[in-house]
Design a protein around this ligand. Structure first.
Ligand SMILES: Cc1cc2nc3c(=O)[nH]c(=O)nc-3n(C[C@H](O)[C@H](O)[C@H](O)COP(=O)(O)OP(=O)(O)OC[C@H]3O[C@@H](n4cnc5c(N)ncnc54)[C@H](O)[C@@H]3O)c2cc1C
Length: 387
């Protein structure tokens, strides 16, 4: 077994960490308060090649492995979850479906500008009536005269209304399968298509500088060739994309938790009570020690899932375990960090207040903790999990 990152991965991690510390961290509080999408930072990340990381060079990508993408997400989340999720969703959910299932023409048209961060793609699976039960899709797409006519609504879609959003890939019911089940396909809908509109950004507890919107399709027509992948494979394809996304969310959770620990250790060394630093008390030391153990375990699960993904080994359950554990570790770490900061942890000037608000969504997005447990139970062969 080799637990070491390669020299290349270590050097890449240092580069992203420097960028996170020097460019992102000084702006994090202000971006959070203004709830503004950080376009200039996204552009700089594009220049660093982060938006094309795991894609081949022939599409303008960096040809890096999936673990390197996770390292970038982790380092960004250590200082700012909004910036980290913007990258995670753009690459993991926006570009990845086009790379995995697109035709060469679709890759040329969409993936190449996405790798350069000229445009961002969004991933429209969730609907107002169904997130966990994503197969209950109500949005329809009917083929009429060589065009898909789309009607329906998608909810909570990340990067759907940024100044550079170029498209959303959605799931829609395109017919009925022979067994009577819904036939679900995925279709690319470019921004600006008539009949497609993005609503106002949601007011969220956290991820304030990340863009999340409802999308409405009303007799929205796109050409037949905007079908992504095989007709009827849309739902299955989206679930595969989510397996990758879950590893990246686990990396985001590890980064947030590490940031919360780093801030807490620094504070515990400085803050004094009863004549000595609070870090000299066993009560605080034990909290910090427990945080460290949880984070290292989450990191190992995450890196192993990414390693299996890169080697082409089965990784579905590994992705669920990493996402489940890391997101719960992140929520706990953020909660304990606020406790270490005491009253200062409850005011917005302290970074850990933002970490506390940003952590909760990690147990919900890209499959809730309950759904991850169902998937892990399914892998154990337990009855009642195959729905
Ligand atoms: C900020 C943000 C960004 C998002 N970005 C995207 C995006 O880019 N694209 C996208 O498609 N979606 C996105 N989502 C949607 C997200 O993936 C869903 O919110 C999530 O999957 C949960 O779905 P739901 O909200 O419909 O909750 P529900 O499915 O209604 O679940 C409600 C509760 O019931 C539980 N539950 C449901 N079924 C079961 C079961 N079988 N067993 C046990 N418990 C169960 C859930 O775990 C949860 O606790 C985003 C959401 C947010 C908040």
């Amino acid at each position: 077994m080799d637990f070491a990152l390669t020299e290349e991965q270590e050097a890449f991690r240092r580069t992203v960490r420097r960028f996170a510390d020097e460019v992102v961290a000084p702006r994090a509080e202000e971006m959070d308060a203004a709830e503004e999408f950080p376009l200039d930072i996204v552009k700089q990340m594009g220049e660093l090649g982060l938006f094309g990381l795991p894609f081949p060079e022939r599409y303008g990508g960096q040809g890096a492995d999936f673990l390197s993408f996770c390292l970038a997400i982790e380092e960004l989340a250590r200082v700012d979850s909004s910036v980290a999720i913007t990258l995670e969703a753009a690459v993991g959910l926006g570009a990845n479906p086009i790379y995995r299932f697109g035709t060469e023409a679709q890759k040329e048209r969409w993936l190449v500008p996405m790798c350069r961060a000229e445009i961002l793609g969004a991933f429209g699976l969730t609907e107002p009536d169904g997130g966990s039960d994503a197969g209950a899709t109500r949005t329809t797409a009917t083929l009429e005269g060589g065009e898909w006519v789309i009607n329906g609504t998608k909810a909570f879609i990340t990067n759907a209304g940024t100044p550079i959003t170029g498209l959303v890939t959605i799931t829609a019911v395109t017919g009925t399968e022979p067994g009577g089940h819904k036939e679900i396909s995925s279709i690319i809908v470019p921004t600006g298509t008539e009949g497609f509109s993005a609503g106002k950004a949601y007011r969220k507890i956290g991820w304030h500088a990340s863009d999340t919107r409802e999308l409405v399709f009303h007799d929205c027509s796109v050409p037949e060739e905007n079908l992504l992948g095989e007709r009827g494979e849309g739902f299955r394809n989206f679930l595969q994309v989510l397996d990758d996304g879950r590893i990246a969310i686990a990396a985001l959770a590890v980064g947030l938790a590490q940031g919360a620990l780093d801030q807490s250790v620094a504070y515990a060394r400085e803050r004094r009570a009863f004549g000595h630093p609070i870090g000299a008390t066993q009560g605080i030391q034990f909290k910090l020690a427990d945080m460290k153990v949880g984070i290292e375990a989450a990191r190992l699960l995450t890196y192993r899932a990414a390693w299996r993904q890169t080697r082409g080994l089965p990784y579905k359950t590994d992705a669920s375990m990493a996402k489940l554990h890391a997101s719960e570790v992140a929520v706990d770490a953020a909660r304990q960090a606020v406790q270490v900061f005491g009253g200062y942890g409850f005011v917005e000037e302290s970074p850990v207040a933002r970490y506390y608000r940003d952590a909760k969504i990690l147990e919900i997005g890209e499959g809730t903790s309950e759904i991850q447990r169902v998937l892990i139970a399914r892998d154990l062969g337990l009855p009642g999990t195959d729905f």
